[in-house]
Design a protein around this ligand. Structure first.
Ligand SMILES: NC(=O)c1ccc[n+]([C@@H]2O[C@H](COP(=O)([O-])OP(=O)(O)OC[C@H]3O[C@@H](n4cnc5c(N)ncnc54)[C@H](O)[C@@H]3O)[C@@H](O)[C@H]2O)c1
Length: 435
């Protein structure tokens, strides 16, 4: 089956490579010519475990190719996936910016020949699929097409496995013919009995927001519990374990930390609030989750300041990890990017290390010091702050770290280390929700 991917970012490239692995003939298109040239020359523009091998294999076997030419990409395609970005609007009002979606719809419309299924892979507010259909029909009244909503649930860092073995596939479709095409696209997943939820367009679009909102609320809930634990002398790790062992609740997403970030939860929760409000409905639980998350990040600033003796001015902070989670180079909305700047602005010197996030971070924060290793970052530090639980930070040589630091203060925002172990190693310990 000939498939085109419009937008070759985190989702487009992974989806394209995985669909090629399913046996389809996939062309990944992006308007970013530099990115396409890089891919054509064997480069992978993002860090995602296993993606380099998967792309190389499917390119060499002739099932995956790249282009910046939309006409070339779209001709012969039976299904055109739209996987362009839907960031928060630059106006700062929380609405999803759908500029890229509608631009892609207008651009692809001109090239449609024969029956084509246009698949919304991007996360979009309810009603967008119908608007995409309107834009295509207005641009090319002759076009024979259906629009389908097929939200993506992959997690960065585990994206290939998530795509190949998803918990479910959601297809919003109002056309039998389009649904049949989607069945063919995902045929290998039907063979492994993946649950497929076929529903109308609005429901499919809302499912994605509801799933992300639920997970982000779960994080905010445990972060709120962590704050209560700190106040009453309880331990959130034991609490989360016991609560999570209840099968109705589950242990996943019950890890307290510096607040959620990433390319999805922050923007999707806000976009869901706007959808609800625009329809005259309150989404108070989601609203509270968003507020708790912002407060959690601010609380981490205070936690670090307090650990530094009440003032960060003139102090050196060693930050371990910048990305919003391990195994990705994605810095979008990473908690470290919200928590470090106010400390820097009030006179702290910031030394950082991250296995994959430093090239982009150094563009965003040129005044921070970028260290080659975690140990180098800790040199002369008044406090070390663990922001991201990369595996390489899980077994640090604590004696060596202590010997490099000016003051042995360890602020473990991911609760990776046993507090007693850190104290035994001579550190002053600060975790999240533990005393
Ligand atoms: N990143 C994730 O983990 C994830 C997971 C699930 C869903 N999503 C959703 O998937 C969508 C894409 O996210 P992403 O993280 O891959 O974004 P991204 O920013 O990494 O990639 C988007 C790509 O689209 C390209 N693009 C924009 N307009 C274009 C156009 N008109 N023609 C061709 N290319 C165009 C950009 O150049 C960019 O390369 C978003 O809606 C996001 O919410 C993301």
């Amino acid at each position: 089956m000939n498939i085109t991917m419009i937008g070759t970012g985190y989702v487009g490239l992974v989806t394209g490579a995985c669909l090629a692995e399913f046996g389809h003939q996939v062309t990944c298109m992006d308007k970013d010519q530099e990115k396409i040239s890089f891919l054509e020359n064997g480069g992978i523009p993002i860090y995602e475990p296993g993606l380099d091998q998967l792309v190389a294999k499917n390119v060499s076997e002739g099932r995956l190719s790249f282009t910046a030419d939309l006409g070339e990409a779209v001709s012969d395609a039976v299904a055109i996936f739209v996987a362009v970005g839907t960031p928060s609007s630059r106006r700062g009002d929380g609405y999803a910016d759908l500029t890229y979606i509608y631009a892609a719809a207008r651009e692809l419309a001109e090239h449609l020949t024969g029956y084509t299924v246009v698949v919304d892979k991007s996360t979009v507010p309810v009603g967008t699929a119908r608007q995409v259909a309107r834009v295509i029909a207005e641009t090319n009244p002759e076009a024979d097409f259906d629009v389908v909503s097929n939200p993506e649930f992959l997690r960065e860092g585990a994206a290939i496995n998530d795509f190949m073995r998803p918990d479910r596939v959601v297809v919003g479709s109002e056309s039998e013919r389009a649904t049949e095409v989607m069945k063919e696209v995902y045929d290998p997943l039907y063979l492994i009995s993946t649950p497929v939820v076929t529903t109308n367009l609005e429901t499919a679009e809302l499912i994605k927001y509801a799933a992300n909102a639920f997970l982000s609320v779960k994080i905010s809930f445990i972060n709120e519990m962590a704050t209560i634990c700190e106040s009453v002398g309880a331990d959130v790790i034991d609490l989360a374990k016991a609560v999570g062992l209840d099968g109705r609740i589950g242990s996943k997403f019950l890890h307290p930390g510096p607040g959620y970030g990433g390319s999805c939860f922050p923007k999707d929760t806000l976009a869901l609030l706007r959808v609800a409000q625009e329809h005259g409905v309150a989404a108070r639980i989601v609203e509270a989750g968003v507020e708790v998350n912002a407060a959690q990040k601010a609380r981490m600033v205070k936690k670090i300041r307090d650990a530094l003796g009440g003032s960060e001015s003139g102090k050196t902070i060693a930050a371990l990890g910048l990305t919003f989670k391990p195994e990705t180079d994605d810095l979008r909305e990473a908690p470290a990017l919200t928590i470090l700047p106010p400390l820097f602005e009030k006179g702290a010197k910031i030394r950082v290390h991250d296995p994959k996030g430093m090239p982009e971070a150094s563009q965003l924060f040129p005044d921070y010091i970028y260290a080659d290793t975690a140990y180098d970052a800790c040199k002369g530090a008044d406090a070390v702050v663990l922001f991201t639980e990369w595996n390489q930070y899980r077994a640090l040589d604590l004696t060596r770290i202590k010997s490099l630091m000016k003051n042995p203060v360890f602020i473990d925002l991911r609760n990776v280390y046993d507090p007693q172990k850190l104290r035994n190693a001579g550190f002053t310990y600060h975790g999240v929700g533990r005393n």
